[in-house]
Write a protein of this length. Structure first.
Length: 583
């Protein structure tokens, strides 16, 4: 028995060498990714069935009390049986491919064993497909594992030859011969088959780890290159940015040369062939035009396909990587190689990763730019809607004063000019300092004091350390105007407005209160959030102020309206305390 075990272990080494070669086959890698359907199940069954047949040929012929070390066995005498490793391929097929693959591989290998003859042909031929089917069902209990662990595979592998020995004892005859043979081959087959299955699964796990490690390294490499090249390409495709990007790519990718183009011409070429691949050349190659049109990575394997007119050009092949921005192709990155054989799967995967990463990042950058432009345009529109209300009211007052007090009308006209000049200056930027906003408000109050000198008083209490905080321009003036137009409209005398600005930790708090009629309860929750459409006005000024505060300072800066117990309205909001130079 010991000599038989050693002989089977030697044969097992040959079988495992074949298994190692099998793990390098692409079809086998697909099986590891569970890409199995009706069509591929046949291919996998055939593959593992042939592996089982190889295990049969690596077996040892055994009769009642002796065995033959012959390697290639084509037929068995009536009193012989074969101690084999057929079950290794069938069990692995079931564990990886499921019941159908295990059954299919078992039927192929089992039919081959049955055809070889011997007194146990029927028992062995039946046990092999049954073992593959059971292995496939057992694998479902470990479906969360990509490849079953070697320890579990060894445990399952021990039962496969035990099942085969049991069927031989039940079906085969004569009984004395069967018992003698089973005693001789039982233990060696259990040991060698279970160890082979465990080693096979270990090989598969190692192959997977190599594949995943290689993919991770290439992904990390693509991320690193994309991260370094993006700052150049984000400034636009110019000869300067293209030259910097090409230098970086040529160093990182280890290509013979790297070129960068836009849709019309070559912008930069670094590396071999630079003497005749000159920036400024028009794009004429059909492969270049096809890549620019389709946005798909292209491969050129000859100088003619690459559109190079130079005879004996050393750049024989290239990968053309489209650069997409916002859904359209804006240029190409061309990775040149000296020989077509230098373009392998690694280079293709790297090119694909670079194309996706660079294109996605450029698209995101373009989206952010567009969002910024749209927000800026929206703010300009909102700011432009506020001033006409005040302008029309002031002009009406000036018309009235011209008849009553021309000198005061002149003074009011001068103050209106100052106010409008400050307004134009402030609206040229999305944020201004609190000091500039207060200057703008004070210019407005100069006019208000003339218009409502006997009806209201405005008091401002400004704390220390608040003047450099940043605030959207035209925030305070519309709020004061709203208090005058709506809060104090029914108060002909004694109206009072108090503006308080103070610092509290990392925020500047604003509160504006009046002693007017307050806000109706149904408007308190929606005022500032949507135009109200009430009889007193549509609330567009307050709504625009709130929109700009939220857009530029965040949701915590929104206006909060409340009614005071003694009468009147209180408006509060806060902005983060940020210096202008860090904005």
């Amino acid at each position: 028995m010991d000599n038989l075990t050693l002989l089977l272990i030697e044969r097992m080494g040959i079988l495992l060498t074949l298994a190692f070669i099998l793990t390098r086959i692409p079809l086998f890698r697909q099986l590891l990714d569970r890409e199995i359907h009706a069509g591929t199940s046949i291919s996998y069954s055939l593959m593992f069935g042939l592996f089982g047949i190889a295990g049969t040929y690596a077996g040892v012929v055994v009769n009642e009390d002796t065995y033959s070390p012959t390697f290639w066995i084509f037929s068995l005498a009536p009193g012989e049986v074969i101690a084999n490793s057929t079950l290794v391929g069938v069990v692995i097929g079931g564990l990886l491919g499921g019941p159908l693959v295990g059954l299919g591989a078992g039927m192929i290998a089992g039919a081959h064993v049955y055809g070889m003859g011997g007194f146990a042909a029927a028992a062995v031929g039946l046990s092999i497909p049954l073992t593959g089917l059971l292995a496939g069902y057992v694998a479902r209990f470990f479906s969360q594992e990509r490849v079953i662990s070697p320890s579990k595979a060894m445990f399952i592998g021990m039962f496969a030859p035990v099942l085969q020995m049991s069927l031989i004892l039940i079906i085969a005859g004569p009984p004395e011969l069967v018992r003698s043979v089973v005693n001789l081959i039982g233990v060696p087959m259990v040991l060698t088959n279970s160890i082979s299955i465990a080693i096979f699964t270990t090989m598969i796990r190692v192959a997977l780890q190599e594949q995943e490690r290689s993919a991770a390294m290439e992904a990390e490499r693509a991320f690193t290159i994309a991260e370094r090249i993006l700052p150049h390409l984000q400034r636009g495709l110019t000869p300067q940015t293209a030259q910097a990007a090409a230098l970086l790519l040529q160093r990182e990718v280890k290509a013979a040369a790297v070129a960068v183009t836009d849709r019309e011409q070559l912008l930069a070429h670094v590396g071999a062939g630079a003497e005749h691949h000159v920036p400024g050349q028009a794009i004429e190659g059909e492969l270049d035009k096809r890549a620019l049109f389709s946005g798909v990575i292209e491969k050129g394997m000859t100088p003619e396909a690459l559109g190079c007119r130079q005879k004996n050009c050393i750049l024989q092949s290239a990968i053309l990587v489209p650069i997409r921005e916002g859904g359209s192709v804006v240029g190409l990155i061309k990775l040149y190689f000296r020989r077509p054989q230098q373009i392998g799967k690694v280079q293709e995967a790297l090119a694909k990763g670079l194309s996706n990463l660079i294109s996605n990042q450029l698209t995101l950058t373009l989206t952010e730019k567009m969002k910024g432009l749209m927000k800026d345009a929206e703010l300009r529109m909102l700011q432009a809607q506020i001033h006409p209300h005040f302008l029309f009211n002031t002009l009406n007052s000036i018309v009235t004063l011209i008849r009553i007090d021309p000198h005061l009308a002149r003074h009011m006209t001068v103050q209106l000019g100052n106010f409008m000049r400050l307004s134009l200056k402030l609206t040229s930027t999305p944020v201004v300092s609190v000091r500039q906003e207060l200057d703008h408000l004070f210019a407005y109050l100069e006019i208000i004091q003339i218009r409502f000198s006997e009806q209201l008083k405005v008091r401002c209490e400004i704390g220390d350390g608040v003047e450099e905080a940043l605030i959207p321009p035209g925030t305070l003036q519309p709020l004061v105007e709203n208090s005058i137009q709506h809060g104090l409209r029914h108060r002909p005398t004694g109206g009072e407005i108090v503006l308080t600005v103070r610092r509290e930790r990392e925020h500047v708090l604003f509160s504006l209160e009046d002693n007017g009629c307050g806000v109706s309860p149904e408007l308190l929750e929606i005022l500032g959030r949507i135009p109200t459409g009430s009889r007193e006005g549509n609330g567009i000024g307050v709504h625009n102020v709130n929109q700009r505060l939220v857009s530029l300072c965040g949701p915590d800066a929104q206006l909060i309206f409340s009614n005071k117990a003694e009468g009147g309205c209180l408006i509060t909001f806060s902005i983060p305390l940020a210096k202008e130079e860090s904005a």
